[in-house]
Design a protein around this ligand. Structure first.
Ligand SMILES: Cc1ncc(COP(=O)(O)O)c(C=O)c1O
Length: 436
């Protein structure tokens, strides 16, 4: 089936790609992914003679050479546990310190407000237990059905243990936007916590978390933000958001498998952490259970430095702000191309925001279904052509339940990040069109 051009931009795609890329790089502040792709060895991967197309970023991104080198260098030079009076141990201490400073720059926080852990899920479980110690029977918390289960189940379990009522903030199934207009009705003087996502890992929606935080704070509730999906797609600033806690995972922003927890220092310090008796008594150390993965933390700093060099500025924080703004702008070009392109694919249905005037409200993560195929069949067929996409619920089970798709195999998720090119958008569009 031939793909019908849906817009002038789309019409350009088959014959003048190099000119199109040049035009795009000018329009997007000289941001051209070809310049950065070279730093990612995995992007050279071939499947059946074709270069692989990694559209599985929401499940985990590839890493640049700088991250690989930093990790390997830690292991090559000799490592040790932290806190010892000798070279290798001091090196580990320095690596932890550098990673805290790097992530603090990424989030606009203080290094002492950053704790590391195995992943976002385990950090959230840990913090939920600490917060729940303060809850009383009859208290209330709010979770949303737009969230990944890692920002739901820990709170449900803690609430159950403490006799706390759980209220659910809904999303509008027609465009998958969070019903923030309903939040005031859910909040009251008994609300202890609002847990919500900075972006949906299933349908890409970016809710207005600053507004939600203001409403929750006005009612006296704390706010826990899951920024795992949002983090690789745009600037983050915990001061501007005003949230009390925010968690993310470095493997979603071009780093290794390490979780990050931000919390306002006084709050983290006041809470009782579930920790071993000889472990540090102060923040952030008291939140870091057991021995950290020092090689991963070396990679975390390198991932932040990779991002920083995509931007401009006199210090790393400014470079990161500029880089993430550039990434956001470039990804909006990618989203536009994809959204215009899918209008020509028959039998394809998109769940989420499709309006190209509203790209600020979504990441380039698209959940779709294709008539006559299960999501698993689509992912498998694309996989044979070297196009990596996920199918199913991706742990966003509340989203799939609300859309009535949990028992239907969920959806196909096509997720772009800044290293994906416009040619790759076209490749997946062509592959979908061939199936349709
Ligand atoms: C939005 C979102 N939240 C939380 C998680 C869980 O993160 P982790 O694997 O670091 O526990 C994921 C993982 O896919 C996610 O996409």
């Amino acid at each position: 089936m031939t793909l019908v051009a849906a817009s002038p931009g789309y019409a350009l795609r088959n014959h003048t790609d190099y000119r199109y890329n040049l035009l795009m790089s000018k329009q997007t502040n000289s941001f051209n992914p070809a310049q950065w792709r070279e730093q990612f060895p995995a992007l050279q991967q071939e499947v059946n003679g074709q270069t692989a197309v990694y559209l599985d970023g929401p499940g985990g991104t590839q890493v640049p050479q700088g991250v690989i080198s930093a990790m390997s260098s830690y292991l090559t030079q000799g490592g040790s546990n932290s806190g010892g009076p000798f070279l290798t141990s001091r090196r580990s201490d320095a690596i932890v310190e550098a990673a805290r400073a790097a992530v603090a720059d990424l989030l606009n926080a203080q290094p002492r407000e950053i704790a590391f852990g195995q992943n976002m899920t385990s950090l959230t479980f840990s913090l939920s237990r600490a917060l729940a110690r303060r809850w009383q029977p009859g208290d209330e918390i709010i979770v949303t059905n737009l969230d990944h289960d890692a920002n739901i189940s820990p709170w449900l379990l803690a609430a159950e243990e403490r006799g706390v009522t759980v209220r659910w903030l809904d999303f509008d199934p027609t465009d998958c936007t969070l019903r923030l207009d309903q939040l005031p009705d859910l909040l009251n003087e008994k609300t202890r916590l609002l847990a919500l996502t900075a972006a949906s890992n299933a349908v890409g929606t970016i809710p207005n978390i600053s507004q939600a935080t203001q409403l929750a704070h006005a009612a006296g509730a704390l706010v826990y933000v899951d920024a795992v999906h949002y983090a690789p797609h745009g600037p983050l600033d915990v001061q501007a958001i005003g949230c009390d806690f925010l968690a993310c995972s470095a493997y979603k922003w071009f780093g290794p498998h390490t979780g990050v927890l931000y919390g306002k220092y006084e709050l983290l310090e006041a809470l009782t952490a579930y920790k071993l008796r000889p472990a540090p008594t102060h923040t952030p150390g008291k939140w870091e259970t057991g021995t950290q993965s020092f090689e991963s933390l070396a990679g975390v700093t390198a991932a932040v430095d990779y991002l920083a060099q995509l931007g401009e500025g006199n210090d790393r924080r400014s470079q990161l702000r500029s880089a993430m703004q550039r990434i956001k702008q470039y990804e909006q070009q990618v989203s536009q191309r994809f959204l215009e392109g899918i209008t020509a694919v028959s039998g394809l249905k998109l769940y989420g925001i499709s309006d190209i005037e509203r790209l600020d409200e979504r990441t380039p993560t698209f959940a779709v279904s294709l008539d006559n195929y299960t999501p698993q069949q689509v992912a498998a067929r694309l996989g044979e052509q070297g196009i990596f996409v996920w199918s199913g619920h991706y742990y966003a089970i509340a989203v799939m339940e609300r859309l009535g798709l949990l028992d239907q195999g969920g959806l196909v998720r096509i997720g772009f990040v800044h290293y994906n090119t416009l040619d790759e958008v076209d490749r997946v569009l062509d592959a979908l069109d061939d199936l349709a």
